[in-house]
Design a protein around this ligand. Structure first.
Ligand SMILES: [Zn+2]
Length: 603
């Protein structure tokens, strides 16, 4: 093997998860947060310009502490992902969370201090050389702080949120970990699957019956727990809405849009284009059903592999996938290729296929070392290879902003998915081009369709459900039966009423509805996908200087509103349909090719 399949965490802190250095670092940071608090208390920004020197020192100190906390958080999260049943790591992460909560209180009080500065002085301040780089971020903090309650009230809310809000999110994890899905296969053998195992099978099993049977068992399993899951979602949303109300608003989209630095018009323009183009998926769904040998396209067929033309997808070994990724990145950006090579060579990536690992994948930045670590499980499918590319895309994004202050590195979820999806597109297209038979090409094109199917229909259904659920939750608790009905209606609308069977308990089975930190964990995905399609189109059109333009865009992702970012770097207006339509057109091209190539197979 050319590349090691395990990551190196020892060079972050040596000695495994219970590293004495990591433990000591946490202790040190906790003490240091006390010093930071004292420095902040002494900072009187409303007084005069001389106080700004103090601000500069405070920000440097803040940077050290937040980087330190992030590094510890990643270190223990990484150990936990790689050894999922190790219960000794949870308490360490809880300690980091507590330190983060202390830090969060400081951030609120910092914002308050910014809000106290009068407009003219603030203008002077952000023009000073020390603060120019973070002028946008300070302005944003100041504006948000002005809308906050007094420090004491905000601190009380934060403390009560530990058990009253975040607690519901972790409670959901507990419920999900106890779900068991009894499943009887065609040979009459009954086995009990965990929710994760069942999900893997129902989204990826090549056999139609297996997917169908697991799907109905999965629906039933979540249905049997709908009372407790329904309570969980009601309380999580109830806390959130009450918190919004305390801050003077019933508008549950205000905070999600602010987090993503995007306007309501942009969101509307994007969904309008998705709605206007949803018809193009109907022939695709019909064709895929036919290729699968089925009458209807069902919920569980969205990512099902098709095996046409006697073609069976062959496993790609990790070394080959890695070299393929590097080579194809190089066609767009040598720097992106070099970063990928570094990640493979220096053991930044954990991909080994073994039991005891957390499902899913992610990239995390290691701010003190200015490196990344990537977690996933590689089994050899084309989908796995594109997941590796996806996570390296995230790592590339971090690598081009790693020298910037933390505020300039905290880009929102919608643009965070840009570099990753772009990387995925590069590899998916190269994959399709490298196909050696029609059968292989059809299969790879279909794999490539997984993204648009998710972004235009599946995620749209989640968004529609969540919007309607929150609307009704404003007036009181929503029953599980009602949530089923809302989810079914959302799926029917998003999938053009074209599925044979639906997944009404999706509101219970999908973790994303239960994430406490980020509300509406859905539309930013669709945004990021379509946004990166626009960049990809530009990359193909521009001769030579794409790399510099791309890096300039990524460096600005936490430096302006999303609308300004698109205007400055792509020359497009996100509040108008044109840009979004050009993304939809690229999807249409793939659908047309898929239909053309597979025509002979079904007629
Ligand atoms: Zn991602």
């Amino acid at each position: 093997m050319k590349y090691k399949q395990n990551w190196n965490l020892e060079n972050i802190f040596p000695g495994g998860y219970d590293s004495p250095q990591a433990n000591a670092r946490l202790k040190e940071l906790n003490q240091d947060l006390g010093t930071l608090a004292t420095e902040l208390a002494a900072l009187d920004l409303a007084k005069d310009v001389p106080a700004y020197h103090g601000l500069s020192d405070y920000l440097k100190h803040r940077e050290t502490d937040i980087n330190g906390l992030m590094e510890l958080n990643v270190f223990w999260t990484a150990h936990q992902s790689a050894d999922f049943n190790n219960t000794a790591i949870g308490p360490k992460l809880a300690q980091v969370s507590e330190a983060f909560s202390t830090f969060k209180d400081l951030e609120i009080s910092f914002g308050k201090k910014l809000a106290e500065i009068n407009d003219d002085d603030f203008k002077t301040l952000i023009a000073l050389p020390d603060f120019k780089e973070i002028a946008f971020n300070l302005t944003e903090d100041r504006k948000l702080a002005a809308e906050q309650l007094d420090e004491k009230s905000e601190s009380i809310i934060n403390k009560l949120a530990i058990d009253g809000f975040t607690g519901w999110s972790t409670h959901y994890d507990t419920i999900a970990s106890q779900i068991s899905v009894p499943y009887t296969d065609d040979n009459g053998k009954t086995q009990t699957l965990s929710a994760g195992q069942a999900l893997n099978q129902l989204t990826g099993a090549p056999d139609n019956n297996t997917r169908k049977n697991i799907m109905s068992a999965y629906e039933k399993a979540w249905g049997s727990q709908e009372a407790v899951v329904g309570d969980t979602l009601n309380h999580l949303a109830g806390f959130r809405l009450q918190n919004y109300k305390l801050h003077g608003t019933d508008d549950f989209l205000k905070h999600p849009l602010e987090l993503n630095r995007m306007s309501r018009q942009t969101l509307k323009a994007m969904w309008n284009v998705v709605e206007a183009n949803k018809g193009m998926f109907i022939p695709y769904m019909d064709r895929k059903a036919a290729l699968l040998g089925k009458q209807t396209y069902d919920w569980q067929d969205q990512t099902a592999p098709i095996m046409v033309d006697g073609y069976e997808s062959k496993a790609i070994d990790y070394d080959h996938a890695a070299d393929f990724i590097v080579a194809n990145f190089r066609k767009f950006s040598p720097k992106m290729a070099d970063l990928a090579q570094t990640a493979f060579d220096n053991q930044w990536i954990e991909v080994e296929d073994r039991p005891g690992k957390q499902p899913g994948g992610y990239m995390e930045e290691i701010p003190e070392r200015q490196e990344s670590r990537i977690f996933l499980t590689y089994t050899g499918t084309p989908d796995d290879a594109s997941s590796v590319a996806h996570e390296i895309g995230h790592a590339f994004h971090y690598s081009v902003v790693k020298d910037l202050p933390e505020m300039r590195r905290s880009y929102a979820m919608n643009v965070a998915e840009t570099a990753s999806t772009f990387a995925e597109l590069v590899v998916a297209d190269a994959n399709v081009k490298s196909a050696t038979s029609v059968g292989e090409k059809i299969n790879l094109l279909d794999t490539k369709m997984n993204n648009p199917v998710a972004m235009f229909m599946n995620i749209r259904a989640r968004y529609l459900f969540e919007t309607n659920f929150y609307k009704e939750r404003l007036n009181g608790q929503v029953t599980p039966e009602r949530m089923d009905a809302l989810m079914l209606a959302a799926q029917k609308w998003a999938f053009s009423n074209h599925l044979g069977t639906y997944h009404p308990h999706f509101w219970a089975s999908k973790l994303h509805f239960y994430i406490d930190e980020i509300p509406f964990y859905n539309f930013p995905y669709t945004f990021g996908y379509l946004f990166s399609l626009g960049i990809y189109a530009k990359a193909q059109a521009s001769g030579g200087n794409f790399e510099d333009q791309y890096i300039a865009l990524l460096r600005d992702t936490a430096n302006m509103s999303t609308e300004d970012l698109a205007k400055k770097h792509l020359g497009v207006d996100l509040t108008k349909p044109d840009f979004w339509q050009s993304g939809a057109d690229l999807v249409k091209k793939d659908i047309d090719e898929f239909l053309k190539l597979s025509d002979d197979l079904v007629h």
